[in-house]
Design a protein around this ligand. Structure first.
Ligand code: ATR
Length: 298
């Protein structure tokens, strides 16, 4: 038994969701806390939408340092924050709240950061990649929204393809308007869409393709989803945010073609780092020991 213990001075944070039972965040943060012997705790907080504001105020009043926020509260978290990071403002979504000593709440969106940090950890030069060609995002849900915003920030041209075309068009228009509002004097973002049954034809032009849907996920709508990558150029980077299985058939097909790939588990680990640093005051490592610990909890 190690000497590590949670005392009356423990720093507190948690994840607010509804449901929250499937969240891996408590496992991850408490792993890092124990490993670093930090006097702190991170707890799951099941909060129904109608009491979200009451719960956040209650956590603040109880001395919590802040919280992660997950489905269905990401928009309510945006609304409750007194100050929101630029990329979270453009994405219209907040997943990390930091309660400041002056009583104000800071909101940020760390999913896009986690996505980019994971590509970099996989040895991909993201800035060079952005100069090589557009990024194609499959899907137009919450994950696509955060990832697209971070890719735009890195200078990518972003193309959405979604089964429901109107959702892809709506997201492209919304991000375009939000970007121009935030950077009225800057370059306009390069956003477009392509039909769901046509994206494979665009592969030769692309630098990056990202699956942000649940296709390929174990227990999801189509676990055996395997797109046709025959038109991919040899420098295409293929990434998937699905992490169960850790290597989706999409990534497997890309690897078999000799393409560079990046899996979803790392994004999950990296997106947790900014919150941990803000609440508990320490940097974290995303190493094999961390990944193995989380894999065992999946
Ligand atoms: P998240 O917030 O995690 O991104 P979401 O908002 O439910 O989740 O989005 C899921 C994405 O997966 C959507 O882009 C969805 O496409 P639709 O907008 O057409 O629903 C996509 N998706 C889910 N099941 C799919 C399937 N069987 N075929 C194609 N796309 C699918």
């Amino acid at each position: 038994m190690s000497e590590f213990r949670i005392t009356g001075k423990a720093k507190l944070a948690g994840v607010i969701g509804h449901p929250v039972t499937h969240s891996l965040s408590p496992v991850l943060h408490n792993y890092w806390l124990a490993r670093k012997e930090i006097d702190g705790a991170y707890v799951p907080l099941s909060v129904a939408p109608d009491v979200f504001v009451t719960a956040v105020k209650g956590l603040q009043a109880s001395g919590f340092r802040g919280a992660n926020v997950t489905i269905p509260h990401k928009e309510a978290a945006f609304a409750i924050a007194d100050e929101v990071d630029p990329m979270a403002r453009i994405a219209g979504s907040v997943n990390t709240l930091v309660f400041r000593e002056d009583g104000t709440i800071h909101g940020s969106s760390t999913d896009g950061f986690g996505y980019i940090a994971n590509l970099e950890a996989d040895g991909i030069d993201v800035t060079a990649l952005a100069n090589r060609g557009p990024a194609l995002l499959l899907g137009a849900g919450g994950a696509a929204r955060s990832i697209a915003t971070s890719l735009l920030e890195k200078g990518f041209q972003v193309i959405f393809s979604n089964r429901t075309a109107e959702r892809a068009d709506g997201l492209a228009n919304e991000l375009d308007a939000a970007w121009r509002r935030h950077f009225p004097k800057g370059d306009a973002p390069r956003l477009s869409t392509v039909a769901w049954d046509k994206w494979e034809e665009q592969l030769s032009e692309l630098a990056l393709v990202v699956n942000t849907t649940s296709l390929g996920m174990q227990g999801g709508p189509a676990p055996d989803w395997t797109p046709d990558l025959s038109r991919a150029s040899s420098h295409l980077v293929v990434s998937d945010i699905v992490y169960v299985p850790q290597e989706t058939l999409f990534l497997k097909a890309a690897k078999e073609r000799g393409l560079t790939t990046s899996g979803g588990l790392g994004m999950l680990l990296h997106q947790a780092r900014p919150g941990f640093k803000a609440w508990f005051g320490a940097d974290t490592e995303v190493d094999e020991a961390t990944a193995a610990y989380i894999r065992a909890a999946l």
